[in-house]
Design a protein around this ligand. Structure first.
Ligand code: ACO
Length: 347
């Protein structure tokens, strides 16, 4: 059995910065509310036509591939995590294969929202462990800005999210370092608590008990005028419900990873949590009794970039020299599904 290690890492964020003050001009919100509730000060918003989820992923991937000391031709497999794909189908993985003019390798898209990158990493890790592949490109990328309601009606969701991408090249290795274990979980009972119902094929099948479903407009077609007229094409989130689960499940899955490898919280050199809300991260930090310099945060500058949040934070922390060879690094995420996950890495 082989092991896998992160051989190269990269990130890409659009240059366009949108501050909380900018949002105040287009909806009834305030810099104070957003900072107090989430910690977010600003986020990046992709260019409307020149940047897509795939193109941002490709830019992050180029850096990761270069840092791994290989070329795009050396990649054996692509795993792409996103909830905001360029097309409903095909997935972004094949668009990356085309953009980077790679060999006719396999490309897999992962739909696990905020946990997507760790799920993708876990899938790639299994392929490397079995010896099937040697170099796997793992990407997390989101262009949220194209699908959010930037009016007062959608303020509880739209102020939180931002655009960006992160990527790693996972490579075969034989030594003590690398990915020690990954831990994946889901519970579909809360699937509709944080979801974008439309466009979809649900046809009202699951709508029982859902106040947010509008009888008149939902389920008549995959996509309809009334769906758009009634703003049923935007994500729905019961924020407080998500918050309550996130602060329980993320510490739980971090402890699961530590116990599986005979470590304790004080052994963590750097925790890279999904950047959904600074208050959630602080809650996890305090429950595990971690010092400030053991937890990396950048939600202030990017907001929640869903599948891109963990690789962007990991990349920044590494670029700033906060992760060194031999460090014990823990990744964790929680989000829509609900799904949650962790990965423990000896860097
Ligand atoms: N500006 C001003 N006021 C607002 C805004 C806004 N942008 N959004 C909501 N409000 C109002 C609400 O209408 C409400 O008003 P009311 O009291 O008059 O009814 C009030 O602020 C409080 O709203 P809450 O939703 O209770 O605020 P809360 O403190 O819970 O913060 C938040 C909301 C930030 C969304 C928080 O619940 C949260 O972060 N939840 C977790 C999100 C998360 O982790 N998501 C998972 C990842 S995303 C994914 O997987 C795709």
């Amino acid at each position: 059995m082989y092991k896998s290690k992160i051989g190269g890492i990269g990130m890409y964020v659009p240059t366009n910065i949108v501050t909380n003050k900018d949002l105040e001009k287009i909806m009834d919100t305030s810099d104070e509310w957003i900072q107090e509730r989430t910690g977010i000060q600003e986020r990046r918003i992709a260019h409307r036509t020149n940047e897509t989820t795939t193109t941002m992923g490709v830019e992050a991937a180029k850096i990761a591939i270069d840092r791994a000391g290989i070329t795009a031709q050396d990649i054996d497999f692509i795993v792409f995590a996103t909830l905001s794909p360029d097309y409903y189908f095909p997935g972004c993985g094949v668009l990356v294969q085309r953009a980077l003019q790679m060999k006719e390798i396999g490309a897999l898209d992962i739909r696990n929202q905020c946990s997507g990158f760790i799920y993708a990493l876990s899938v790639a890790d299994q392929f490397i462990k079995t010896g099937m592949y040697k170099n796997i490109l793992v990407i997390g990328s989101e262009k949220h800005s194209f699908g959010l309601d930037y009016t007062t009606r959608g303020r509880n969701v739209s102020v939180i999210f931002g655009d960006g991408a992160g990527a790693v090249v996972l490579q075969q290795c034989n030594n003590e370092s690398g990915i020690l274990s990954t831990h994946l979980h889901s519970n579909g009972n809360d699937a509709e608590t944080l979801a974008m119902y439309n466009p979809g094929t649900h046809a009202n099948y699951w709508k029982k008990d859902l106040a947010s479903f509008d009888e008149a407009t939902i389920g008549e077609m995959f996509m309809s005028h009334s769906m758009i007229d009634n703003a049923q094409n935007f994500p729905f989130m019961d924020g407080p419900a998500v918050f309550k689960k996130a602060v329980v499940k993320m510490p739980e899955v971090i402890l699961e990873a530590l116990q599986a490898n005979n470590y304790k919280p004080s052994d963590i050199d750097m925790l890279i949590p999904h950047q959904a809300n600074l208050r959630i991260i602080q809650f996890i930090q305090h429950s595990l009794k971690l010092a400030d310099d053991k937890v990396y945060n950048n939600i202030q500058y990017y907001g929640n970039t869903t599948a891109a949040s963990v690789p962007i934070a990991l990349c920044e922390a590494w670029e700033k020299g906060k992760i060194k060879t031999g460090d014990l690094v823990c990744l964790t995420a929680f989000g829509s599904g609900f799904t949650w996950a962790s990965a423990l890495i000896k860097w």
